[in-house]
Design a protein around this ligand. Structure first.
Ligand SMILES: Nc1ncnc2c1ncn2[C@@H]1O[C@H](COP(=O)(O)OP(=O)(O)OP(=O)(O)O)[C@@H](O)[C@H]1O
Ligand SMILES: [Mg+2]
Length: 366
């Protein structure tokens, strides 16, 4: 018996369904004959934060929208909360919360009115005032949507995703446009959702966000999954050698380093880099050498590659934008997020034609 089947109640569904909230095999999607999702597999387990990373145009939003039931697929097997999202009902939608990459909301409504309105769409909504508080908008509850800043709108978006008290929450770049403290607040919200047992599917361009929140990470590049793992193990990060880096003391060359170091030392960006299998031993030798040169190595750094290093390495060759992805991201800006001309944008207007998208019984998006 596996750990999961030993721990989880066997009350409903198959063994797989008890563990997996999202199960994807061989998912494909093309636009105008160009395949942008090329047969990917994904498994998201109940109660985890799953981060979906990848360069601009890699296929993240396309994949997420297929999982949400807002975009059709061309091939593959998809199950989300035991259902094929291509044919779901109101009850299924009520179990899923969404923060879309872009959306617009009715500008004339206040925060309280809008959140209250959406609460009405769901059979078992959260308390509206408490949800507004949760996302840090309590002092803006009587402000109109039109008066909110970009980051405040995004918080409102998160409130609307949570108001139905969903089991599974899709967050497509939820913190783009947030100031640093708002991002950390959002992380707390996401962490608290996880503690409540919710499953979170998160796309982000912030590696520190994935590092801080994710139980598991998948990287997609040019429509293919290039790596999956925990933030700690992704791409062999846990097995990578430590990098010791410092600026050379004035007048000292690499050749003057102790032989065991000079043999492996490389000069990059004006700094010496030493890949060390035994960092303590290397540092011991380095320390003696530096003090001999009267230098304290004030800018010394030691560490394994960061998640960002691994990400850049895995995506560099495959980025359609030529590997500039991490620098460029998070792109889009606030105007793009708020304007409906991005193609993937959805209206949040409860009275408008696209209202249903946000309501539990929504249909296919435009
Ligand atoms: N409705 C559409 N019609 C045609 N092409 C589309 C459409 N939506 C997306 N694409 C294209 O599909 C590819 C994947 O887009 P997608 O939005 O899924 O990328 P992404 O990984 O979410 O990128 P980003 O990080 O910029 O949000 C891109 O090349 C995009 O131009
Ligand atoms: Mg996207």
């Amino acid at each position: 018996m596996s750990l999961a089947s030993a721990v989880l109640p066997a009350s409903r569904g198959s063994h797989r369904d008890l563990v997996e909230v999202v199960h994807v095999r061989g998912l494909r999607k093309s636009y105008g004959g160009r395949e942008v999702v090329c047969g990917i597999d994904l498994d998201v387990r109940r109660g985890e934060v799953y981060a979906f990373l990848g360069p601009n145009g890699a296929g993240k939003t396309t994949t997420v929208e297929i999982l949400e039931g807002y975009r059709s697929r061309d091939g593959g097997e998809v199950s989300v909360l035991d259902r094929d999202p291509a044919s779901v009902d109101r009850a299924w939608r009520a179990r899923v919360g969404l923060v879309l990459q872009s959306c617009t909301m009715p500008p004339e409504l206040t925060v309280r009115e809008l959140v209250g309105l959406y609460a009405g769409y769901y059979p078992h909504p959260r308390e509206a005032a408490e949800t507004i508080e949760l996302v840090g908008l309590a002092d803006k509850r009587d402000s109109r949507v039109a008066q909110l800043s970009g980051g405040q709108l995004r918080r409102l978006d998160v409130a609307l995703a949570l108001i139905g008290d969903p089991e599974l929450v899709f967050l497509d770049e939820p913190t783009t446009g947030f100031d640093p403290s708002a991002r950390h607040h959002a992380w707390e919200v996401i962490a608290s959702l996880r503690e409540l047992g919710k499953t979170i599917f998160l796309t982000t361009h912030y590696m520190d966000e994935a590092q801080a929140l994710a139980d598991r990470v998948a990287i997609i590049a040019a429509g293919e999954i290039v790596a999956t793992g925990t933030p700690e193990t992704l791409g062999g990060r846990d097995r990578a050698l430590s990098d010791i880096s410092f600026s050379l003391p004035a007048g000292a060359g690499v050749a003057t380093l102790p032989a065991e170091l000079s043999e492996v030392a490389q000069l990059r960006d004006g700094r010496v880099h030493i890949q060390a299998r035994e960092p303590a031993r290397a540092l011991y030798a380095l320390g003696g050498w530096a003090l001999g040169h009267g230098d304290d190595l004030h800018d010394l750094t030691v560490g394994r590659p960061t998640l960002e290093d691994i990400y850049l390495e895995l995506t560099a060759e495959r980025s359609p934008d030529g590997g500039l992805t991490a620098e460029r991201s998070p792109g889009g800006g606030l105007t793009a997020e708020r304007s409906p001309d991005g193609g993937l944008t959805a209206e949040r207007s409860p009275g408008g034609g696209l209202t249903a998208e946000r309501s539990p019984d929504g249909g296919e998006r435009g």
